[in-house]
Design a binder for this molecule. Structure first.
Ligand code: AMP
Ligand code: GLY
Length: 372
């Protein structure tokens, strides 16, 4: 089968690395990919939101299955576009991708289906005075979330009322563009955070492991938040019993609810959880693998990723099971000095060959370029 991965980061490098080892994959493409990914796949210089371009390449190259890495193309409707063109895709429709694309949608959906999550209320910019009154009435800590995609910057966990009001002003003032025209104001939850992944084929659900990521740039959880400085899998706090509880109370009702509402979910469903004293609660849905969580999940996967993703697209996950290597996996992100603030481009990375010669090390790259 001919596969095409969409994306260019460490997650997509890991996806391509894993798919390149699949006996099912006869050709592997990546849009846009990177110099590192080019060692595994044929790269085509198309932006992830170039839905027309990606669809055209898939038709021209007779791609059988597309694997979208990031959320943006899914929220924009890549899966719908590909399906209309007769190309299979292991990712959700634009309707189902609203689980990640709109926090207000996700909240309303969770409420409709009795999925445990933080109590919340949604306000549009027209209701900014009511939103402020809500914050004052509830007090801090409280969480303010921009409704739409905001590149990981749309959530403020406010320690005091002032900070929450500032977050409202920022969002309604246009700091996140249209993503902040609506906000969700949410109860602050206490507990340990963990991520639970599942493969979903419309009806059937296959648990796809757990992980925890490390967001703050500095040692000891200090400094500004990043896209993720590292991750490990499995998450020790996600015992078999807690995983089963989260599958039963959160993941399966989500999949059943989407099917019942006429938008069956296909792809990877990633539930961000808070393990509270009252049990696991949903913090957020993502409609894709995490980055860098994908890196630690995929190096532990013994089963054939190509076959599993074909199972997702064809609705036959009930005939499949999963095997993992026993060893845990740890990913450490080596970022340019200054990240996530201002940093300079073009610094040289040395020692990769030596690292790759080590048995237990796999190097995945993001935002790098190969120069002789
Ligand atoms: P989200 O994008 O919704 O997962 O939010 C980003 C981060 O904000 C999460 O990983 C949590 O660390 C934190 N967060 C989000 N919602 C809450 C909440 N209701 N209570 C406490 N922390 C939260
Ligand atoms: N590492 C967090 C995410 O991919 O959403």
């Amino acid at each position: 089968m001919r596969f095409l991965v969409v994306g260019a980061g460490g997650r997509e490098h890991a996806l391509c690395w894993s798919l390149a080892a699949s006996p099912l994959v006869s050709a592997l493409w990546c849009a846009p990919g990177s110099d590192a990914i080019a060692r595994e796949a044929t790269c085509v210089p198309l932006a992830v939101d170039d839905l027309d371009g990606i669809t055209a390449v898939c038709r021209a190259e007779k791609i059988d299955l597309v694997v979208p890495g990031p959320e943006l193309p899914l929220v924009l409707g890549l899966a719908d576009r590909l399906e209309a063109a007769g190309v299979k895709v292991a990712g959700p429709s634009t309707a189902a991708a609203r689980l990640e694309g709109s926090k207000a949608f996700a909240k309303a959906f969770s409420a409709r289906h009795g999925i445990p999550t933080a109590a919340a209320k949604t306000f549009s910019w027209r209701e900014c005075e009511a939103a402020e009154a809500y914050v004052r009435a509830h007090g801090a800590p409280i969480v303010v979330k921009a409704d739409g995609l905001a590149a990981g910057k749309g959530v403020t966990v406010a320690a005091d009322v002032e900070q929450a009001l500032e977050a409202l002003e920022q969002a309604f003032g246009g700091a996140f563009g249209s993503a902040g025209q609506t906000v969700v104001i949410e109860e602050y939850l206490r507990g340990e955070e963990a991520s639970l992944f599942a493969l979903v084929d419309g009806r059937n659900v296959l648990p796809f492991g757990t992980a925890q990521d490390h967001k703050a740039v500095g040692e000891g959880d200090r400094g500004p938040n990043t896209g993720g400085m590292g991750a490990y899998a499995p998450a020790p706090c996600m015992t078999a019993a807690l995983t089963e509880r989260a599958m039963a109370e959160i993941v399966r009702p989500t999949v059943a609810g989407l099917a019942a509402e006429g938008m069956p979910y296909r792809g990877v469903l990633y539930a961000g959880l808070m393990l509270t004293a009252d049990g696991p609660k949903l913090l957020e849905y993502n409609v894709r693998l995490g980055d860098p969580e994908a890196q630690v999940l995929l190096v532990r996967l013994m089963s054939d990723l190509g076959q599993l993703l074909q199972g997702v697209a064809d609705g036959i996950l009930d005939h499949m099971d999963l095997r993992w290597y026993d060893d845990a996996a740890l990913c450490v992100v080596l970022a340019t000095r200054g990240y996530p603030g201002a940093y300079s481009n073009g610094s040289e990375i040395r020692g990769l060959d030596e690292a790759e010669r080590l048995d237990c090390v796999t190097v995945f790259q993001a935002a790098t370029r190969h120069e002789q």
